[in-house]
Design a protein. Structure first.
Lengths: 311, 240
């Protein structure tokens, strides 16, 4: 990657996270010129399986992993490229993230890891390898957290965070999400294909956003921070969440068990996101999707103060 | 084998595993005099948020009780429940939470063993059997990431073409043997022998730590994963 020596605050404030490539997100997010990539595109470690399907490969298999500085402190970072095969997890793609998390597990003193998710889930052309890589990543992530590393997920790319990506996100210490960040397991089309349009109409974009989008995730407690679609906003959130994120232990998991059980009890009978938001005490729940980030954050903080002890 | 036959062979002296709405919870005695906690999914039940908190709650209780009792995860499930309600309420968190509980248990000396005795798919498979230290299967188990008809839709290739390709590469095709070749499944048990004996053996053998990528390399199902992961780890730990 072309590692520019300077990044101005102006660039960070004006660059859209959603519109940026994985490489630009990393370059602009970290302290200027600090990023060093491991097994970059020059190494040409590509998927060994896509030839079978006559599909184009990419020199980095759609993920950038390396080391850099954030606010003067070292960390590891991984960024998925949502524009290559929907950011999907294949054998090489997944193994790069597994290796990075195993390094975080073995690094003393522990340093944080940032995962810039942008993925539709497992790459079907190498489905078994991709599925298994999700499981290996989750185990390595938990081992890294147990060793003291904070693992923070940043979600706001065009492919969202679906399938196995959603499970890895749920394993992270903390999550920041933007308007564009959708977090789910089954995608809208998959639900519609399997259960019918009455269950989920994938063409109804407003339904997709209010069900899986960043605002609902923030309001139910599925994400810790809701941020603007700028590099600067994600940078500020990453710095905050690295400080606040909980350790990984039995107490945290008991707190998460209580948090999820409470969610089922409070909202288990809600038919739509708007019903949940109304029950959260938001007076004009229908207006939530149209609110500015500032106004939304104020309302969200009042309805459900972020807690940092149960993820 | 039916679930009743499996439980009888695992626990010839009896057990207290109860099935309720597709979810198995309980425990049973081991041959060596020890005790094993049991959770599971039966009857190809899709795994939804209400089921998941029951499973994770049982695992947490076992960890909280202390000791070193192993945990057995019996799986014959569908995929995760595909519904608006489950996704609305954050299904990804519930699945990840169960996986985290199983991983914590294993790290706190409760050796986790997955026994895939029927079907499983996608996120449900990752959060249950795949989140154990030692995954074994019974002959005839049918794990899939995605079925060939759906895969045919996404890849725009005919099912016949996919079946042909599946012969030369196990990496995408559904089925137990293909998945085992990638390293996900440690061993396929013999259903003619006592499952209690085979469980006792595997509890004594499988060491902690994730060696699935190396197993996949040995079995030629995943040529690159182990080396790539190790190279990244080395570069990250020893920057040039």
């Amino acid at each position: 990657m072309t590692d520019q020596k300077t990044v101005t605050p102006f660039q960070r404030h004006t660059s859209s996270w959603y519109e940026s490539s994985a490489r630009d997100r990393v370059r602009l997010l970290l302290d200027a010129g600090s990023f060093r990539e491991f097994i970059g595109p020059e190494a040409r470690e590509m998927s060994p399986h896509l030839d079978l399907f006559d599909l184009p490969k990419q020199f980095d298999d759609g993920i950038v992993v390396g080391r850099g500085m954030l606010g003067g402190k070292p960390l590891f970072v991984a960024a998925q490229e949502g524009r290559f095969m929907g950011g999907a997890f294949g054998e090489v793609h997944g193994a790069k993230l597994t290796g990075l998390l195993r390094a975080a597990r073995d690094t003393r003193p522990a340093i944080p890891v940032l995962i810039l998710f942008d993925t539709g889930g497992v790459r079907l052309q190498e489905a078994n390898a991709g599925e298994l890589s999700i499981s290996e990543i989750m185990r390595a992530l938990v081992e890294a957290r147990t060793a003291g590393a904070k693992v923070v997920g940043l979600i706001g790319g065009r492919s969202g965070c679906y399938g196995g990506g959603g499970l890895i996100a749920g394993t992270c210490s903390a999550l920041a999400v933007s308007e564009h960040g959708r977090i789910a397991v089954s995608g809208p089309e998959v639900i519609e294909t399997n259960r019918g349009i009455e269950e989920f109409d994938s063409k109804d974009k407003s339904l997709v956003w209010r069900t899986m989008g960043g605002r609902n995730r923030r309001l139910i407690g599925g994400a810790d921070a809701f941020v603007d679609d700028t590099i600067e906003a994600f940078r500020a959130a990453a710095l905050l969440l690295i400080e606040r994120a909980p350790a990984f232990d039995l107490d945290m998991l008991k707190a998460e068990q209580a948090r999820l059980t409470e969610r089922l009890q409070r909202f288990g009978d809600c038919a739509d996101a708007v019903d949940i938001w109304a029950r959260e005490g938001i007076a004009d729940a229908r207006s939530v999707p149209g609110l500015s980030t500032e106004a939304f954050t104020a309302i969200a903080d009042k309805a459900r103060e972020p807690r940092y002890d149960a993820r | 084998m039916t679930l009743a036959e499996i439980l009888a062979s695992l626990f010839p002296a009896g057990h207290d595993v109860v099935q309720d709405r597709g979810i198995l919870l309980g425990s049973g005695p081991l041959k060596d005099g020890g005790h094993i906690t049991v959770i599971g999914v039966a009857d190809r039940t899709p795994l939804g948020i209400d089921d998941l908190v029951r499973l994770s709650g049982h695992v947490l209780k076992a960890v909280e009780a202390g000791g070193r009792d192993p945990i057995l995860v019996l799986i014959d499930s569908d995929s995760q429940r595909m519904s608006k309600r489950d996704e609305l309420l954050g299904l990804n968190e519930f699945l990840a939470h169960l996986a985290k509980c199983l991983l914590l248990a294993d790290m706190q000396a409760h050796h986790t063993v997955g026994l895939l005795y029927g079907h499983s798919a996608a996120g449900a498979f990752i959060a249950t059997a795949m989140s154990t230290r030692t995954l074994v299967a019974l002959p005839g188990a049918t794990p899939v990431v995605m079925d060939l008809p759906s895969m045919s839709k996404v890849t725009k290739l005919t099912i016949e073409t996919l079946q042909e390709k599946a012969k030369s590469t196990p990496v995408f095709a559904p089925g137990l043997d293909n998945l085992a070749q990638t390293g996900a499944v440690l061993a396929i048990w013999d259903d003619k022998r006592s499952l209690a004996d085979q469980l006792q053996t595997v509890l004594g053998e499988a060491a902690a730590g994730d060696r699935r990528d190396r197993l996949g390399k040995e079995r030629k199902g995943r040529p690159k994963a182990a080396d790539i992961a190790e190279r990244v780890r080395e570069l990250a730990l020893h920057p040039a």
